[in-house]
Design a protein around this ligand. Structure first.
Ligand SMILES: Nc1nc2c(ncn2[C@@H]2O[C@H](COP(=O)(O)OP(=O)(O)OP(=O)(O)O)[C@@H](O)[C@H]2O)c(=O)[nH]1
Length: 467
């Protein structure tokens, strides 16, 4: 009996032991499962962070993809136009590209931090980020060099000093087929001048476009001068003739440009007028150089909107001596609006001189009056007009005189530029134009070279035509 009881107790103890062992095993495995779930959660959150960084990286990479071609376009535009807008666009695009690269690297680092979840995502990033991020960076590095290569700094010239220009050009004047003074001298040094010789003197003057009135006056003066009629030596005849010619040209006339006078307005405005083809644009360019040679600051206004190439021509002249040109990009724009803008800009920049080029091709006097009057009026809203220079082609002689009078009536001129005197046999126009228009010849054009414009000097001119 005792043995049976002991056996039952042992069996019960074994059963309790088994139950306890099982329960404790179950508790242990649920803890492990919880820990496993926690670990899984952290892994997912790390993965989420990585995914969000990647999505920023993707976005940046997408911007980079867009930035690629536009940066290229920007670089090209910058090279061609050196536009500030393009440059800043380029800078912005370049920054985006660099940021994209940076973000991409960050994303890659984050990925590296969660190797377990990274494997399926990496191929997503890699193909997008790598090629597109690198392209613009390469372009960005190349971009600053591009404008320097395609737009070399223009060479700025130093114009020839003004003093002595006419001396240099005197020889050209003598060779120009213009030495009517020399023809006169040859007649006047003959012995016993006959009436026919005096007629030859007058004809020579008329052919040289001295004008009827001035020619008759000169012949009278010479006939009464004992140094000429008294059959004295050649040197005396030459001296007498030289004196008379200088008097006729105007020995003491004030020929200085108003802009160069003490107390000139600043900016001092000069308007160039004249018939088409006389050399207005060329003279405006040469005149700018003349002022630059004197150390003055200059601006030009391209109000010749009639001839399409005139503004380009003026810009080329300006660029050579660093003189800015105000122009319209539209062909046939209102010349008065260009003059207005030019005078406003010159005033703002406080330049010493503003030179305004105008068109010469006007059908009739009413048109001319309207256009030139308007140019003058709108300019005067900003600045007073100190000078109106009429450019007269010396080769056209008396024909040009009629047109010159129309311009003088239309706008009122303060001086004449006699262009193309180097190729003219009609240098006498210097005398007749002054007599008929009542204004001095202030400048002469003696060639197509940039510095072939000189202040008119009566003695130098007479010496040139007597040589
Ligand atoms: N030989 C010589 N040629 C000159 C001189 N001045 C101007 N020219 C030439 O004359 C031609 C016409 O000059 P432009 O300046 O274009 O004439 P423009 O008056 O502005 O002409 P439009 O705009 O049509 O009214 C050009 O070939 C110039 O080189 C000069 O003093 N001597």
């Amino acid at each position: 009996m005792l043995a049976i009881v002991i056996g039952v107790v042992i069996v019960a103890a074994i059963i309790v032991g088994i139950i306890w062992f099982r329960k404790s095993r179950e508790r242990g495995s649920s803890q492990t499962a919880g820990q496993a779930a926690g670990a899984q959660e952290s892994a997912s959150s790390a993965s989420a962070t990585a995914t969000s960084v990647r999505s920023v990286a993707k976005e940046a990479a997408a911007q980079t993809t867009q930035a690629g071609p536009s940066a290229e376009a920007g670089a090209t535009a910058g090279a061609e136009a050196s536009s500030a807008t393009d440059e800043s666009a380029e800078v912005a695009e370049t920054t985006e590209a660099a940021e994209a690269t940076e973000l991409d690297e960050t994303a890659a680092q984050s990925d590296a931090a969660v190797p377990a979840k990274r494997t399926p995502v990496v191929p997503d990033i890699a193909p997008v980020a790598t090629p597109t991020a690198n392209e613009p960076v390469a372009l960005a590095e190349a971009a600053p060099a591009a404008p320097a290569e395609s737009a070399p700094a223009p060479v700025v010239e130093s114009p020839e000093p003004v003093a002595g220009r006419l001396t240099r050009l005197k020889a050209r004047l003598a060779k120009s087929g213009n030495p009517f003074g020399k023809a006169l001298f040859n007649i006047l040094t003959k012995d016993n001048l006959s009436e026919a010789d005096w007629e030859d003197v007058e004809d020579t003057l008329l052919l040289a476009d001295v004008g009827a009135e001035a020619s008759a006056q000169l012949v009278d003066d010479l006939r009464t001068d004992a140094r000429v009629t008294g059959k004295s030596d050649a040197a005396e005849v030459r001296e007498a003739l030289r004196d008379k010619l200088i008097d006729l040209v105007g020995r003491d006339t004030d020929r200085s440009l108003n802009a160069a006078k003490p107390g000139a307005h600043k900016p001092s405005v000069i308007i160039m007028v004249g018939v088409n083809g006389t050399g207005k644009t060329t003279t405006a360019g040469k005149l700018a150089r003349l002022f630059v040679a004197e150390g003055k600051s200059v601006m030009m206004g391209a109000a010749d909107t009639f001839r399409a190439a005139a503004a380009d021509q003026l810009e080329t002249w300006g660029a050579r001596v660093n003189v800015p040109v105000v122009r319209s990009d539209k062909d046939g724009a209102d010349p008065a609006s260009v003059a207005f803008e030019a005078s406003a800009k010159a005033k703002e920049a406080n330049t010493d001189v503003l030179i305004i080029d105008t068109a010469g091709r006007l059908q009739n006097k009413a048109n001319l009056m309207d256009e030139l009057g308007k140019i003058r009026r709108v300019t005067e809203k900003n600045l007073p007009v100190d000078e109106v220079l009429l450019v007269l082609d010396a080769t056209t002689g008396q024909n040009g005189m009629t047109q010159a009078k129309v311009f003088a009536e239309a706008i009122g001129i303060t001086g004449v530029v006699l262009s193309k005197l180097d190729g003219s046999a009609k240098g006498g126009i210097v005398i007749s134009v002054q007599k008929e228009l009542g204004v001095p010849v202030k400048l002469v054009g003696l060639g197509e070279g940039p510095d072939d414009l000189a202040p008119f000097d009566p003695e130098g001119f007479v010496d040139g035509i007597l040589a």
